[in-house]
Design a protein around this ligand. Structure first.
Ligand code: UD1
Length: 419
């Protein structure tokens, strides 16, 4: 296994380009099941989760291949299986969104339930309620959801909370259902919007994506399409926090600033310069960081996927910052690891008080999940001496060539084999 070694202290400077969004790419890849014609996607990040999605689609009979570095062709001429195994779903929860498109295409789907994960219970009740509302029979057997429907029919669905995955699953199930579907309290995330854009290119009739109410008029069949995946706003926010904590000056050439309003607002409150110019979005910091209060919320609120990175940055703010996590119940695992590096973090239920500035010192730390790993790398960039992050397979699930990108900005970071 590999670990990441970070020698702290170098301010990040220069220009960087983001990869395509992981969370947009994964459900879009599953949409390939909805047509017998090829779906060609560009700007697909080379990540472990993308490989897992390719493996899953291959198991279902889809011809899945890389055309070049970041382009994928997915051709589901025939779907030969209707099962997503526990082995796959347990390694990547996002596989669960295969349920909707698989059921829509074949009338059957047997998908393992994901179980808990490092950041919380993460149930799939909303996905199931939605698929049921479209007329599918659902049974839970042997750890699997078994769905069956001769023909799905449109329905009205109100989501208890605006779940990203549930919205995507229901959306993909509804596009070829008979009649009209309305998803109320739908997730508004840019990744949901990107999925809707692809589906529309494939012939679906969807309106309202990006708002709380998505309406879908079922069509008989979908056809092939080409699509470029949006840039990764979470990678963008991570790079922003990294640039800010090191007192650097970084321009992100393709940052989707329209998807980063909440993040830019909090960074500015903390005293960081965030400005869009002709070359991209520039993040710079000359002065000390100021403390901020933030709550994670569904989009367009502050993303939970950037909470760990922001917490790392705020260890260097002069005063007490208050972070409240409202999306996942157990998403503060990085706090203990940050404390081992010298951070002063007080935890109370869903709230963390980060008192700064703390002098961070490099330490061996352990990644618990993807975004927590990035938080620890960000802390390492500002820490004295060397930070050694183990279990970086978490990182490789969601950040493409992170060490190369950070190195190109002047960070001293390298991989090594764990003993
Ligand atoms: C997606 C993202 C993940 C991000 C999360 C929240 C992908 C591949 N992953 O995950 O990176 O952190 O959105 O922005 O896009 N919930 C239920 N019942 C359900 C579904 C969800 O109670 O049926 C709860 C979850 O436990 C969680 C909250 O709703 O507390 C939000 O989850 P959801 O929006 O579904 O996240 P994911 O789609 O799993």
């Amino acid at each position: 296994m590999e670990k990441m070694i970070i020698h702290g202290g170098a301010p990040l400077r220069g220009t960087v380009t983001l990869s395509g969004s992981k969370n947009a790419a994964l459900p879009i890849m599953m949409a390939s099941l909805l047509t017998s014609e090829p779906l060609v996607l560009s700007n697909v990040p080379r990540l472990r989760d993308v490989k897992t999605a390719m493996d899953l689609l291959t198991q279902l009979g889809v011809a899945a291949r890389w055309i070049d570095d970041h382009r994928v062709e997915l051709h589901a001429a025939k779907v030969t299986s209707h099962e997503a195994s526990y082995e796959l779903v347990k390694t990547m929860r996002a596989s669960f969104v295969v349920l909707g498109p698989l059921l829509a295409r074949t009338g059957r789907a047997r998908v393992s339930t994901p179980g808990g994960c490092a950041i919380g219970a993460r149930p799939v009740n909303l996905h199931i309620a939605g698929i049921r509302a479209l007329g599918s029979k659902i049974q839970f057997r042997h750890g699997y959801v078994e769905a069956h429907a001769e023909k799905l029919t449109g329905g009205r669905i109100w989501l208890d909370s605006p779940s990203v995955g549930a919205t995507e699953n229901i959306l993909m199930a509804a596009v070829t259902a008979r009649g009209r579907t309305v998803i109320e309290n739908a997730a508004r995330e840019p990744e949901v919007q990107d999925l809707a854009r692809v589906l529309v290119k494939m012939g679906a009739k969807i309106s309202g994506a990006g708002t709380h109410v998505i309406e879908i008029e079922g069509v008989e069949r979908l056809h092939g399409a080409e699509h470029e995946v949006i840039p990764d706003r979470i990678e963008a926010g991570s790079m922003m926090a990294a640039a800010a904590i090191t007192g650097g000056d970084v321009t992100i050439t393709n940052a989707p600033i329209e998807h980063l309003e909440a993040v830019a607002t909090k960074l500015r409150e903390a005293g960081v310069t965030v400005e869009a110019n002709g070359k991209g979005v520039r993040i710079a910091r000359n002065n000390g960081l100021k403390p901020v209060e933030l709550r994670t919320l569904p989009y367009p609120g502050f993303p939970t996927d950037l909470q760990a990175q922001m917490m790392a940055m705020l260890t260097q703010a002069d005063g007490s910052s208050v972070i409240t996590e409202t999306i996942f119940e157990n998403r503060f695992m990085h706090a203990q690891e940050l404390a081992r590096m010298g951070a002063d973090i007080l935890m109370k239920g869903p709230t963390a008080v980060v008192r700064g500035p703390s002098k961070l010192s490099g330490a061996p730390v352990m990644a618990t999940d993807l975004r927590a790993s990035m938080g620890l790398i960000i802390a390492g960039l500002a820490a004295e001496h060397t930070t050694e992050l183990s279990r970086i397979y978490h990182l490789d699930r969601g950040y493409e060539a992170l060490d190369a990108k950070l190195s190109s900005l002047g960070a001293r970071i390298e991989r090594a084999q764990e003993q």
